[in-house]
Design a protein around this ligand. Structure first.
Ligand code: PSV
Ligand code: MN
Length: 396
């Protein structure tokens, strides 16, 4: 790779950061069961410790997303404890995820529940989560809702939309100026007839109804197969409404497969749209990148390192697209030239440049190998195995 390209890769990597999900280090399963991992994290402290390892070895994961019920059950009181973990393990609390789906009350929904008392309870939990996020200096409150219905005719879809708009607006009024609400969408699961926020258009309208500090969050697994996600990204960018990403890959639905394991070109195209927007407009897109994967079979820490490494590769490849040439080719309808600019960048082996970048930062050239040599996995396996053997519940 020539010096110019290397420089582009270095610059791109200097900017790129990606958040890790606390739930990616815990035992999780499918609805058919769980395979317990002896080294899985159970406590919030263990999740910080594992995320800290990934950050220590890759240098690009300075924050960990927290799920309020799983990681800070007594949320307000826990804030001080969480700050201690952040100091101890070198990763800061990242996005705060209220939990509006787990409790029995939410059987018929949270913000869309026909029972006003349950909507109020969901709102209160959201307000508490905003308060915890504020205390932890975490900017983004990520809202994902399991709300929907399973049978035609059983829900007043328009009424529920109205309730969602009202609740989000009320939650937004509690934000400090630096905070944001990110509205996540998902077409189905766990609801299988209608989902209240099923796609990016619904999320966009609700975010707009909520207020200026609400943006849309795109989870790559939350689309129908064959959907053109990079077009959604381009539209949200042009509306200044793209706030964050949850990365994962999928073959069928929300499969939580490793980012780039099925369709790395799609992630590349997403990053390309973001970079193209930035170079054309001169604006930096303020997007929070996050991994949203929970692996049942792969070792959890290794899966995260693998994901982060892949994310860096795809981001670096996207940085190699010559956007000026691309704009000219597009203007001239030079289809072969335009498409080749993407294909050539995607085909470039950026791994040596990434290794050189890591060395320049004092990071291990090969984070996976460094992790395997570190002895960390052996240590935590010994510490946690007995507890995990007797523990079939997912979250502490
Ligand atoms: C839902 O599928 C989701 O993607 C949301 O982001 C949740 O917060 C996360 O998974 C963990 O349940
Ligand atoms: Mn998600």
């Amino acid at each position: 790779m020539d010096a110019g390209k290397s420089e582009k890769v270095f610059k791109a990597l200097d900017m790129f950061r990606i958040e890790l999900p606390s739930w990616g280090f815990a035992n999780t399963g499918t609805r058919f069961g769980k395979f317990i991992q002896p080294a899985a994290a159970t406590t919030t402290e263990e999740k910080f410790s594992d995320a800290g390892q990934v950050h220590h070895l890759t240098g690009v994961c300075p924050t960990i997303a927290l799920h309020v019920l799983w990681d800070c059950p007594d949320s307000i009181r826990n804030a001080d404890e969480i700050k201690k973990f952040a100091d101890r393990y070198g990763v800061l609390p990242g996005s705060m995820n209220p939990n509006l789906f787990q409790d029995q009350e939410y059987k018929y929904g949270s913000f869309g529940n026909p029972d006003g008392a349950i909507r109020e309870r969901a709102l209160q939990h959201t307000k508490d989560s905003i308060e915890v996020a504020r205390r932890l200096h975490s900017r983004d409150v990520s809202m994902w809702f399991a709300d929907g219905s399973n049978y035609p005719g059983t829900a007043n879809i328009r009424q529920r939309k109205q309730w969602f708009a009202e609740c989000l607006k009320e939650a937004h009024s509690k934000l400090s100026p630096e905070q944001r609400i990110l509205v996540e969408y998902k077409p189905f699961e766990p609801a299988f007839y209608h989902t209240d926020i099923a796609d990016w258009g619904m999320a966009l309208l609700l975010a707009r109804a909520a207020g200026p500090q609400a943006k849309v969050l795109v989870d790559t697994g939350h689309h129908y197969a064959a959907q053109n996600i990079e077009q959604i990204v381009a539209w949200l960018l042009s509306e200044n409404m793209l706030g964050g990403f949850h990365f994962n890959d999928r073959r069928y639905a929300d499969d939580d497969l490793t980012m780039g394991s099925i369709d790395p070109y799609q992630v590349f195209r997403i990053f390309h749209e973001i970079r193209y927007f930035e170079t054309e407009t001169g604006n930096t897109a303020d997007i929070a990148y996050m991994v949203d994967q929970s692996h049942n079979l792969k070792g959890k820490i290794e899966a995260m390192i693998q994901t982060v490494t892949m994310a860096q590769q795809l981001f670096a490849k996207a940085a190699l697209v010559d956007e000026r040439d691309l704009a000219t080719a597009q203007k001239n309808c030079d289809l072969i030239r335009a498409e080749s600019l993407l294909q050539d960048a995607f085909a470039t082996d950026v791994r040596p440049a990434i290794q050189a970048w890591r060395e320049s930062k004092g990071l291990p050239k090969d984070p996976m190998e460094a992790f395997r040599q570190s002895g960390y996995l052996g240590r935590i396996t010994e510490e946690r195995a007995a507890r995990n053997a007797g523990n079939v519940s997912s979250y502490a």
